[in-house]
Design a protein around this ligand. Structure first.
Ligand code: E4P
Length: 219
């Protein structure tokens, strides 16, 4: 399972990269705004800075919502670095744009996926990644992990190459459950990735090992 970090914060990206288990980054306009990144030049420079840190794909989302504008914006984003994946919203114009980018050999991530039908359309258009937002589904009492399982079954049935990128991951159990049902990738904040490390028995066990070692050394 690939691990992506879902942030535009360079310190968090560096910290995750340093762990040696990071496979990529996802961003969205809200995450860029949270870091105060506005204006075309700053946005482009920030994506480049992210690409320079991480070994792997970096999703950069288009703001445009019409086919021609998405193409123009996506092509500019793709020129920043080979790691850039053009993130496109699940709307009709977006599916047309994904078809176009696929033919041009530009990687895509179809975002804002909330149903299996939407995931099917994205795969048919040749999207590199499809991003079901599992946390936002859970927020409205719909089982987000069940959607991942459903999409995985459909993709297996037809041999689609689109990778399932579980997004809107809110806690470590989301990661485990997505791994169980066959998500190819998960993207979550650093706090959720870090939460995977924790187990009280690990802490207790390590403290005991170190104490026993110290006791023996002082005998
Ligand atoms: C996915 O690519 C999105 O950036 C993200 O996972 C959305 O997560 P949120 O629902 O926590 O905003």
């Amino acid at each position: 399972m690939k691990f992506f970090i879902d942030t535009a914060n360079l310190n968090d990206i560096r910290e995750a990269q340093d762990l040696g288990i990071l496979d990529g980054v996802t961003t969205n306009p809200s995450l860029m705004a949270k870091e105060g990144i506005t204006g075309k030049n700053s946005v482009m420079q920030h994506y480049k800075a992210i690409c320079d840190i991480v070994d792997g794909d970096v999703s950069a989302e288009v703001i445009a919502t019409t086919f021609n504008e998405m193409i123009a914006e996506g092509e500019e984003l793709a020129e920043i670095d080979d790691k850039i994946v053009v993130k496109v919203p699940m709307i009709k114009e977006g599916i047309k744009a994904i078809n176009y980018f696929t033919e041009k050999g530009i990687k895509t991530n179809c975002t804002l996926i909330f149903s299996a039908g939407q995931a099917l359309l994205a795969a048919k258009a040749g999207a590199t990644y499809v991003s079901p937002f599992i946390g936002r589904l859970d927020d409205i009492s719909v089982d987000g992990v069940a959607l991942i399982e459903q999409i995985a079954l459909i993709y297996r049935n037809y041999g689609y190459g689109t990778q399932i990128l579980a997004a809107s991951v809110r806690h470590p159990m989301h990661i485990i459950q997505c791994a169980e049902v066959g998500a190819d990738v998960m993207t979550g904040p650093l706090s959720v990735i870090n939460a995977l490390f924790s187990h009280p028995l690990t802490d207790i066990g390590l403290a005991k090992f170190l104490a026993d070692h110290k006791k023996a050394a002082t005998k």
